[in-house]
Design a protein around this ligand. Structure first.
Ligand code: ZN
Length: 383
């Protein structure tokens, strides 16, 4: 995720913090400082403790996933919760259920431990709102109960939605199961939205919006991934295109841009046997011209991060890397044959549409528990 920094690495999983999370801390401190420095520090301390619980929740997913051979790329903290990026979801529905439930289970354990602490110290007054005001532990207890309850709502993007999908996937085709779970998610979001309007509570409205968007995204994402599953780059790449050389003048690029339908160009190194050095994106070309750099060489405005991929690589992986790195296109290079094609976001989108149209019928080779991004959220509900 862009705008996030790695702050630690636990059990080989990087923990990243998004810049907006720092902003939340600063804002909380600033808002609390009006009632004194100690008050502000306590507020920030509580958020840090709460998010430590969220990180543990995400580790519940990640470490359970690891038992089934699923790699977690990282865990990112956002003001709205945590996100564990699991490479894939486990194949078997029973394993997906286990991975999904492991997160909330962590919060149940934490809540249990905190309750025990309160019991042992003889300070338990759960019916007294003032108790939560003065007791840090009681607030953390309530937070963990809330996270558990929220995540068990059987709707995407909450963990309960994953359980629902896994259960549906034992009966339905995977994409269908996801769509049903996502629709339930959006219905729940509408309920939250109405509740948020009537109460009225802006945080509830925000959650409703977030759930609604995330549920739709999940559904589209799974559909996309299903279309790409097992498809090599060579099947989706463009083979009719123009390329540039790193030492071409930029005017050459302008010529090609103006006379064709192509917007982004693979850039070749000196000799043909070498892999292309990257992509000249239209946006970069226009920026260079607007900046008065009309006598520069193509190589100087080439996006080298958009390096060559192999024709046998999986489209799914390449597409994900393109999205993450913001590359509009990547060249396809085959050692011995040179530049054989290029993949653009546009042509991948078209490929997906054609494939989806061709494969409307349920696919027998996509068993339940098929592909799917697994983003999961530990969440602080209405507080
Ligand atoms: Zn979760």
């Amino acid at each position: 995720m862009r705008w996030s920094w790695k702050v630690a690495s636990v059990a080989g999983i990087p923990i990243r913090i998004h810049v907006t999370f720092f902003l939340l801390l600063v804002w909380l401190f600033w808002a609390g400082a009006a009632r004194g420095l100690a008050h502000a520090a306590e507020g920030v301390g509580f958020i840090l403790a709460a998010f430590a619980c969220v990180v543990l929740h995400e580790f519940g997913h990640a470490l359970t996933g690891r038992r089934y051979g699923v790699v977690t790329r990282d865990i990112t903290l956002l003001p709205i919760g945590g996100v564990a990026r699991l490479d894939r979801i486990p194949r078997r529905p029973s394993q997906e259920v286990a991975v999904a439930l492991a997160g909330p289970l962590v919060n149940v354990v934490i809540a249990g431990a905190l309750f025990l602490v309160m019991r042992l110290s003889g300070d338990v007054h759960l019916r007294d709102p003032g108790f939560f005001e003065r007791s840090f532990i009681a607030r953390l207890f309530a937070f963990n109960v809330g996270v558990t309850a929220f995540n068990l709502i059987p709707a995407f993007p909450m963990d309960g939605g994953r359980v629902l999908r896994a259960l549906l996937a034992t009966r339905l085709e995977y994409v269908r199961a996801t769509r049903v779970a996502a629709t339930v998610g959006q219905a729940v979001a509408l309920l939250f939205g109405f509740a948020g309007l009537f109460v009225p509570n802006p945080i509830l409205l925000l959650i409703a919006l977030f759930v609604f968007i995330a549920a739709g995204q999940e559904s589209a994402f799974v559909r996309m991934r299903t279309v790409f599953e097992g498809v090599p780059v060579s099947r989706a790449m463009i083979t009719d295109f123009r390329a540039l050389r790193a030492d071409d003048p930029i005017s050459r690029a302008v010529e090609l841009l103006l006379d064709g339908h192509q917007q982004d160009f693979p850039v070749l190194a000196g000799s043909d046997g070498e892999p292309p050095v990257g992509i000249l994106a239209r946006a970069d070309l226009l920026k260079a011209i607007a900046g008065g750099r009309t006598d520069t060489r193509v190589g100087e405005v080439t996006r080298r991060i958009c390096g060559a991929v192999r024709p046998e690589e999986m489209l799914e992986d390449v597409f994900r890397r393109m999205q993450e790195s913001g590359c509009p296109a990547v060249p396809v290079f085959e050692p011995g044959r040179g530049l054989v094609g290029m993949v653009t976001l546009e042509n991948v989108g078209e490929f997906a549409m054609v494939e989806a149209a061709l494969h409307r019928a349920p696919r027998s080779d996509a068993p339940s528990g098929g592909p799917g991004g697994y983003e999961t959220r530990g969440y602080e509900p209405g507080r």
